[in-house]
Ligand binder design. Structure first.
Ligand SMILES: NC(=O)c1ccc[n+]([C@@H]2O[C@H](COP(=O)([O-])OP(=O)(O)OC[C@H]3O[C@@H](n4cnc5c(N)ncnc54)[C@H](OP(=O)(O)O)[C@@H]3O)[C@@H](O)[C@H]2O)c1
Length: 292
């Protein structure tokens, strides 16, 4: 088990990507703090964790990430029930699609509030409780970003702006807390089969082929929370780069895909752009090879 007895808090963990991360972390032995606004969904996730039979502790709190007092109270309760935090995943998010000139102004603000202020409030509320005393086992703050950063989407002005903004927020936090034992990293998925992307059709078995399952993201979060990522800071993990890495790993001749050291030349030769994007993330590629 890679996360035995670690305390991991996940916002937006009632469904979708956050739920999937919560189950994956519990399978790896972590105690879990679940938080979102809908208690019924959180309770269902808790039930599913109990059914895994790993015996991990779970704390369930409802809070709106845009209301600082609520998130502050939830994190205090997590600390009291679980202890210091090894990892916090700022994952709660929201989106709506509209012609920009018609975009409902309140909705625009709501999206920015959840996706940007919500991440900041999550960090601020978590900060006093991070386990920051061990250089060889740093605390992790992980943001669920989006491939909308670098690939802006028309009609998604608020969402796109918010996902650009959280990259700036991460850069700023990583710089400011460089001397603390906290790492800041982001996972930037393309489309995922969740309510945010597919509304009530999420999980209906008819997702378009380019849409990922939430479970396909688990390994990135587990890696960033694991000992292997202790020295990874301020990274942006674009899932489409790693789809290409996985494809090339499967195509590479034997002797070229056993570890990052032997694979990197093959990757550079066959996909120079991907190589340029992932070359500082050799540890993640080793992790992917190790678990496959
Ligand atoms: N799905 C995609 O295609 C995709 C692609 C790239 C990135 N992402 C990112 O992935 C993250 C998770 O989204 P998802 O796709 O898993 O969507 P989802 O299935 O709709 O889940 C969103 C989660 O966030 C919670 N949430 C929303 N607003 C909240 C608030 N104000 N306070 C507290 N919790 C709140 C929701 O619970 P409540 O409503 O009960 O609060 C829910 O648990 C988001 O940051 C999103 O931007 C998604």
């Amino acid at each position: 088990m890679l996360l035995k007895e670690k305390n991991i808090i996940i916002t937006g963990s009632g469904r979708g990507i956050g739920k999937s991360i919560a189950l994956a972390c519990a399978k790896e032995g972590a105690n879990i703090g679940l938080v979102a606004r809908t208690r019924d969904e959180l309770n269902e996730v808790n039930e599913e964790i109990i059914k895994l039979g790993t015996g991990v502790k779970v704390s369930v709190q409802t809070a709106d990430v845009t209301k600082y007092e609520e998130i502050e109270n939830a994190f205090k309760a997590f600390y009291e029930e679980l202890g210091e935090f090894n990892g916090v995943i700022a994952n709660a998010g929201y989106s709506r699609m509209w012609d920009s000139h018609d975009f409902d102004s309140n909705k625009f603000s709501e999206i920015i509030n959840i996706n940007v202020s919500g991440v900041f409030f999550t960090f601020k509320a978590a900060f006093p409780y991070f386990k920051k005393d061990n250089k060889s086992d740093k605390a992790r703050f992980i943001i669920t970003g989006s491939a909308a950063f670098t690939n802006p989407m028309p009609k998604f002005a608020a969402y796109t702006a918010s996902k650009y903004a959280v990259v700036g927020l991460q850069n700023s936090l990583a710089l400011e807390y460089k001397k603390e034992n906290i790492n800041f990293n982001m996972i930037l998925p393309t489309m995922v089969d969740t309510r945010l992307a597919r509304g009530r059709k999420a999980g209906d078995g008819n997702k378009p082929p380019n849409v990922m399952d939430a479970q396909e993201l688990n390994d990135y979060y587990i890696f960033l929370l694991s000992g292997d990522a202790n020295r990874i800071d301020n990274a942006l993990i674009f899932t489409n780069d790693f789809d290409e890495v996985k494809k090339l790993l499967s195509e590479a001749p034997s002797g070229k895909n056993e570890n990052w050291d032997v694979f990197k030349d093959y990757l550079e030769e066959n996909s120079p752009n991907t190589y340029a994007n992932v070359k500082k993330l050799g540890k993640l590629i080793d992790f992917i090879i190790k678990i496959s």
